[in-house]
Design a protein around this ligand. Sequence first.
Ligand code: SF4
Length: 199
Amino acid sequence: MNVTRRGFLKVTGAAFATSFMYEFAGTSTALAVEAPEWRLTNVTETPSICCYCSVGCGSINSVIDGELVNLEGDPDHPINRGSLCSKGSAQFNIRNVYDPETGKLELNPFRVTTVKYRAAGSSEWEDKEWDWAITEIAKRVKKTRDDSFETTDENGVTVNRSEAIGFLGGAALDDEECYIIQKLARALGVTFIEHQARI
Ligand code: SF4
């Protein structure tokens, strides 16, 4: 069948007008679709930032009774304006996953919620408190710096450095975090400062 562009517009326009009038005459049942319950009713929305990379896309996390029920891109965020890449979209599954057998949503059993510590020479990971970990890191950084600090090099040139410590940045760090970390590293006299993206 040959349908010209003009003919096609006439037919579809007439069909649309008929269904439009029929709907507003209040006699249509065919167009009365029962809406499913909106799952984001009565949620508390909290804006957040994606944990995966330094682009720093914004998300909106919807919570009901302490349970995360939805995570999506924040349309008001100036960086991503509502979009999230595939990794960012999968942030929901850091906390919740679907049980493959029951199909039900459950807490992700693989989520790491404590500090993991493996002592030098050990093959076992131990669970530790944050306070313990932060104090231990500070203690070890100070001791290593004190033991290795050089004020001059072999030619007598002032260097004020420690070559026994290295700082490695990760893609999850944003500009401001990198700035603070750089300040700390340089204040300590650390010269080996690198970023994961260059390795
Ligand atoms: S991982 Fe994707 S969603 Fe997350 S900040 Fe980077 S680009 Fe944005």
